[in-house]
Each structure stands twice: as structure tokens, then as C-alpha cells.
Design a protein around this ligand. Structure first.
Ligand code: CS2
Length: 491
């Protein structure tokens, strides 16, 4: 079958084609982490922004983990299909904003040149939580991390922090032109966090002082909140799209109709008119970010661990009618999370909570519980632990946030479902967790050993005896009664 490409576009119906002529786009954005989420979210917002208001906003996509995405998209001239699916059907559109692809490990000079180019005004990132190489509990750069220490030693580009430092240094030396670096990952105050990590890295570089002064003067790191559910693409998704387009597309991304982007309006240089594509530009992202990370992502992780333990392959299976998990996350959101939130005027929290459950239940999205369960050490702090800490500081007992954390503890300690099916642990701290647990599964010992992981738990939470006993109680219930029975009892 013919492959999707610029030459093949005329064969597509008009409504399927990019909304902007890809050939008219010069590169103005460098994106680090050109994975499925970026392609379903920022790249789509950018195409709609250019369609509405023009601008030189083609994207140079830089992949991190391997050449896979380059091999998927380069033969397609950067084109790919976004398949937005819901119970009501599927909407397809070919997106054309990605104009260049590079694999950072194979082409560090090319990536630095792009970051330094005068035509580059914005650098965006989606590298997932673990891509920042930081300790979630402290927000500090893990200087002992093998890749970070190697990038420091040889000014390499194994990490996005190394790539940013190398590219910004080249930009400083060549033109000194201002630039804006925009984190689009699920981290609290992601712009401030990223700025701090780049500063820490530069401070450990020989001659890093000049770079630090320049960054202070010419680089901005706005925070954002991003939201769109994007499960991993399957072969079946590619087959379905090929049948619809009559073109083979190796870069298909599958998502939901919903999409939201809230961006701190703090830019050092020009940017796409993302507000013309429906993004919200605001001086204060924090309330939107807190609502999303704690209500949606906190519920997502809770469902992922309880659902995996209960034998549910998909998030949608776990919240299907008749299961105890949907009522449980409604109580988690209402009882534990909502009291910790700063809700913007006019924001309908109840409607948001209803929509979260509806989105999780989308029968057309095959979002696997194990995908959400991955990297828990990097996700739990902002998704459940921040809620727990805020509640404990008021003297409250966050019983359902504790259940979510206890479900993670059971997931990482027992490593199998309640029915005995193996559950793989995909987490950058998997080795540290396994070593700390030393095959221990008794609830009290598991809780004590995991609470001692200061990369994940702040000293205040780790020292809270009431919180510790609540975790032991929840973990004991999960071990004795299983996830479904425990959820039924608590929901
Ligand atoms: C999910 C998120 O995999 C996960 O950890 O919770 O990717 C989630 O789908 C997005 O944040 C939704 O905006």
C-alpha cells in the first residue's frame, strides 16, 4: 500500500488533509520528545494556530529513546494521522506541522544547531516525568544519575537537560537571541522546575557562569498544564487508519476528542497564536495544573494500580458500570482532593469530575492500566502525595489517597494481580525499590521501607505516624481482601 507523504496528500479527501500547507512551514519550534502525546496535543494546537493566524511554526521533532519515530515519520515527510476516538465514532486528520525529525543521540550537533538557530523562537518538551532526571520529592537534579553525570563530563546530549544546556550555550555564543523553553509534562510548576534543573546543570559546567547569566537575561521558562488522553498506538489502529486513508501511516496516534492546554503567558520571543486554537494563556497556571494533576492524574493512577491488581487490562474496564472503582474515584475526588484545590472563579468542579470519569470510561480508547501504572515513583508525588500532605496538615485523614498509594505499594511489592498474574514494574527506581523491599511483602514492613525512599516521600510525610498507620491499614485490606472487595468496602 502507498505510504502517506506530501505527494500522496492530493489523494486524500480535503477534510482529512493538514489545515496548513506543510511545504509553507519553516521550522520555528524545536520539540524535545516527539512522542505520541506531543503529536496528538501541541502539534495539533500549533497547526490550528497557524491555520488561524499564520506564522513560521514548523516543528523540528527530536526523539530521545531511539530512531523509531524518525523511521516512522521521515519517510512520510513528517506527516501522520491523529485518530480522535469516542463511543460516537472516530475523527481522522492528517497533521503537517512536524517538518523535521532528529534522534538526539545520533545527531547532537544537529539538535544544538536547531536550538541555536535564529529562526527558532520556542523549545517545547514532552519527555515524561522521568525524562527530567530529578528527585520528585525535592525537585533537585539527580547529579549522580549516570546520564546526567556523563553529560556533565563530556557536554553530551544523553538527556534533555544536557541537550538544552548544549543548545542554549551554542545560541548564546552565536546570536544571544532570546528564546522560550516550554515544559509540557505532568509536573507541578513544570516551567520553574525545568528552569531550576537547567540552572543546576549549568552551574556544574566549567565556564557555566556565562551561560547562567545569559539564561537569566534571555530565556523564559513558562509553566503549562496539558491534557489529552493518548494511549499507545496498536497495530490494529494503524490497520484501521490505513483502510480509511488507503495510505499506510506508520505514525498514527490515537486519542480522545478532548484536549486542553493552559499556558503561562511569559515568553521571551515570538510564539504561535495558540490561543486562536483554543489554548488558554494566563498569568497563573497553578490552579488549572493542580486540578488536573490531582483530580485527573491522581484518579488515573489510583485506577491503574487497583485495576491492575483486580485483573483489568484497560482503564475503561476498571471504571465500567458495575465495577466498584468509578464510585471510589468519585469519593477520592470529592473527599480527599477537592478540599485541597484552589478553584478558579466560575470553574465547575463537579462537571470536571463527571467528565474525568466519562473520559476514563471511553470504550474506544484502549488505555492499558499498565501504561498508567508505569513510572509510579515519578508520578505519585504530584498526583497523590501532595493531596495527602495537604490533608494531613489540616488534621484530616486522606483515606482514599492512602488507598491509591497503598495500591502502588502492593503493585511494586507483590508484583502480581490478586489472581496471581505477573505485573511488570516499569519504573526508573525499579532497582532501588526492589533492593529496599528485598522481597518483603508484609504490609508494615513494606510501608516502612517504601516511606524511607526520600526520592519519593518528603520527610514530613514519611515521619507522619498517622499517615503510616493508614497506609498499613489499607495495604492490609488489599492483601487480605483484594482490590475489588476493598474498593467496594471503601467507595
Ligand atoms: C496518564 C497520563 O499515563 C499516565 O500517567 O495518567 O498520561 C494522562 O493520560 C494524561 O495526563 C491526560 O492528560
Amino acid at each position: 500500500m502507498r505510504r502517506l507523504s506530501l505527494d500522496a496528500l492530493p489523494a486524500l479527501a480535503q477534510q482529512l488533509r493538514p489545515r496548513v500547507d506543510p511545504g509553507s512551514l519553516t521550522v520555528g519550534i524545536v520539540h524535545l520528545g516527539i512522542g505520541a502525546f506531543h503529536r496528538a496535543h501541541q502539534a495539533v494546537f500549533t497547526e490550528d494556530a497557524v491555520a488561524a493566524a499564520g506564522g513560521p511554526w514548523g516543528i523540528c521533532g527530536v526523539t530521545q529513546r531511539g530512531p523509531g519515530v524518525v523511521e516512522q515519520l521521515s519517510p512520510q515527510d513528517g506527516l501522520y494521522t491523529v485518530a480522535a476516538r469516542s463511543g460516537g465514532g472516530e475523527n481522522l486528520r492528517v497533521v503537517g506541522t512536524v517538518r523535521e525529525l532528529r534522534w538526539a543521540q545520533a545527531d547532537p550537533e544537529g539538535v544544538s544547531d536547531r536550538i541555536a538557530a535564529p529562526s527558532t523562537h520556542v523549545i517545547t518538551l514532552t519527555v515524561t516525568e522521568k525524562g527530567y532526571h530529578h528527585d520528585p520529592a525535592t525537585g533537585r537534579l539527580r547529579l549522580q544519575d549516570d546520564d546526567i553525570s556523563a553529560d556533565l563530563a563530556d557536554r553530551g546530549s544523553r538527556t534533555v537537560i544536557g541537550q538544552l544546556a548544549a543548545g542554549l550555550e551554542r545560541r548564546r555564543r552565536r546570536t544571544g537571541a532570546p528564546v522560550t523553553v516550554v515544559s509540557c509534562d505532568n509536573l507541578p510548576s513544570n516551567g520553574r522546575l525545568l528552569s531550576g534543573l537547567v540552572h543546576e546543570f549549568a552551574a556544574h559546567l566549567d565556564g557555566g557562569d556565562a551561560l547562567l547569566r545569559w539564561i537569566e537575561d534571555r530565556v523564559r521558562f513558562p509553566s503549562t498544564m496539558v491534557d489529552r488522553i493518548v494511549p499507545a498506538t496498536t497495530a490494529g489502529d494503524r490497520e484501521r487508519v490505513a483502510a480509511a486513508l488507503h495510505l499506510a501511516d506508520e505514525g498514527v496516534v490515537v486519542t480522545e476528542p478532548f484536549a486542553q492546554w493552559v499556558i503561562e503567558d511569559d515568553f521571551a520571543a515570538p510564539r504561535p497564536a495558540w490561543e486562536r486554537a483554543g489554548a488558554i494563556l494566563t498569568a497563573d497556571v497553578a490552579p488549572y495544573e493542580q486540578i488536573k494533576l490531582r483530580l485527573l492524574n491522581g484518579s488515573h493512577s489510583t485506577i491503574a494500580y487497583l485495576g491492575a491488581l483486580a485483573g483489568c487490562e484497560l482503564i475503561a474496564d476498571a471504571v465500567a458500570p458495575g465495577t466498584p472503582f468509578a464510585p471510589l474515584i468519585r469519593r477520592l475526588m470529592a473527599d480527599d482532593v477537592a478540599p485541597t484545590l484552589r478553584v478558579p472563579a466560575g470553574f465547575d468542579l463537579d462537571a470536571y469530575e463527571d467528565e474525568v470519569v466519562e473520559r476514563f470510561a471511553n470504550p474506544a480508547l484502549r488505555y492499558r492500566t499498565l501504561q498508567v501504572a508505569s513510572d509510579g515513583s515519578q508520578k505519585l508525588p504530584q498526583r497523590l502525595l501532595a493531596t495527602a500532605l495537604d490533608r494531613r496538615r489540616t488534621g484530616a485523614l486522606p483515606g482514599l489517597a492512602a488507598l491509591g498509594v497503598a495500591a502502588w505499594m502492593r503493585f511494586v511489592s507483590v508484583r502480581c494481580s490478586d489472581a496471581g498474574q505477573p505485573l511488570p514494574l516499569d519504573d526508573p527506581l525499579a532497582g532501588v525499590i526492589a533492593e529496599r523491599l528485598a522481597a518483603e511483602t508484609a504490609p508494615g514492613a513494606v510501608v516502612d521501607r517504601l516511606l524511607a525512599l526520600d526520592e519519593i516521600f518528603t520527610p514530613e510525610l514519611a515521619a507522619d505516624r498517622v499517615w503510616r498507620d493508614l497506609l498499613v491499614e489499607r495495604l492490609t485490606m488489599l492483601a487480605r481482601d483484594g482490590a475489588a472487595e476493598t474498593a467496594l468496602r471503601l467507595s
